[in-house]
Design a protein around this ligand. Structure first.
Ligand code: AMP
Length: 192
């Protein structure tokens, strides 16, 4: 799959470990070098800023999409393209439309909400764009354990978990996104 743009969801904080920032820099540089447009939340804070700044410094293109209420506080002053939306729903829809694939780096509730929304749409067959976790320093291991628990308890199908890609390196995540082959599975378990 030829990826022209990728939405990156990540912390509006830098997080505890220095590895988070290091890999955010690597991802930004990789996107610029490979002429892949970054679509992100448009802010000038946390890992979000680090990815965006590294794409821009590498000569790449960054599209920010930010709701009016947040833009007043933390908009990035220097993006290639900036869209200010009325609310969070409009932001997420626009980010979805602009991106060919989605990556979640370490982050908090905002990051989880955004990646789970696109994963939900994926398992329902509303889109077939690849989704991946960049699992830096094992940050998401406990989340994956919980999702495995959801499979054991018959709320999630293993096939749906297998739809999202996981890697702890930038190259690994990019390869997984590029080689992703969409499959549609019936969403519901134990339905008579
Ligand atoms: P969090 O993981 O809770 O830090 O939230 C980060 C994600 O939620 C980002 O991908 C953003 O799209 C959105 N978000 C949360 N807080 C902010 C903020 N202060 N500025 C811009 N976007 C934010």
């Amino acid at each position: 799959m030829n990826l022209k743009s990728i939405a990156v969801y990540c912390g509006s904080s830098p997080g505890l470990l220095p590895e988070y920032a290091t890999v955010a820099e690597e991802l930004g540089k990789f996107l610029a070098k490979n002429s892949i447009t970054l679509v992100y939340g448009g802010s000038s804070v946390g890992l979000m800023k680090i990815v965006a700044d590294n794409v821009l410094q590498g000569g790449g293109k960054v599209i920010g999409v930010i709701p009016e209420a947040i833009a007043k506080k933390v908009v990035h002053p220097n993006l290639t393209e900036l869209h200010i939306t009325a609310d969070m729903h409009a932001r997420k829809k626009m980010m979805f439309d602009l991106a060919d694939a989605f990556i979640a780096m370490p982050g908090g509730i905002g990051t989880l909400e955004e990646i789970f929304e696109v994963l939900t749409w994926s398992q329902l067959g509303f889109h077939s764009k690849p989704c991946a976790f960049l699992n830096i320093a094992g940050y998401y291991h406990k989340l994956f354990d919980f999702l495995k628990h959801s499979v054991d308890h018959r709320f999630v199908k293993q096939e749906h978990l297998d739809m999202f890609q996981i890697s702890n390196t930038v190259e690994g995540v990019m390869d997984a996104l590029k080689t992703y082959k969409p499959k549609i599975f019936d969403k519901w378990i134990d339905r008579k």
